[in-house]
Design a protein around this ligand. Sequence first.
Ligand code: MN
Length: 228
Amino acid sequence: MAQTVFNPAPTPTIPVGGQAAFPVHRIFCVGRNYAAHAAEMGHAVDREAPFYFCKSAHDLLLSGHDMPYPPRTQDLHHEMELVVAIGASAQNIAVVDALDVVFGYACGLDMTRRDLQAASKDKRRPWDTGKDFENAAIIAPITPAADMGALETQVIELTVNGAVRQTAQLRDMVWSVAEIIADLSTLYTLQPGDVIMTGTPAGVAAVVAGDVLRGTVGALTPVETTIV
Ligand code: MN
């Protein structure tokens, strides 16, 4: 193989427990997956089919690190989400089998330049500049799936400076984790290292420099960052 003309960027990884690291392949994100959030964004719930957008794996910012306020926005929003880490390949997998390919779960923040996303929507352009930018995927260490327990009754919550901004149960998802994996596997051949951000509950809002964000899902390791 020819020598590369510069050193390639290292593969982003997410810690698993204290020892191992999960190498990230792709980051898929689900849109409008909680009815109350769809409503606050001006949309009805759509059970016709889930929809997706992507973030680069290189957008990853590990929980515990500060997030620099990004350029070209005056409306940076938090979106607290359950993150699913895929551990096996899957194509056209059935809903009943879909959780078998989950390696583990984590807390994550889908950070969004809402003003750029809104401008893209108005012009029927892609969302990339609103969603896919440096440090826009903040993810906490992964807990193995076997330690997660049943998903439905677990509470997802985000506080900003100690005040609750978002709270819901995972059963409030329009599309369940298994349904999302099954559907995504009809569009892509899912691979170990793929990560899915499963959508955000209602309560998204702007953050500013100095804000301290802390998101939890059940007993998973919290996702934490300070905007600087
Ligand atoms: Mn989101």
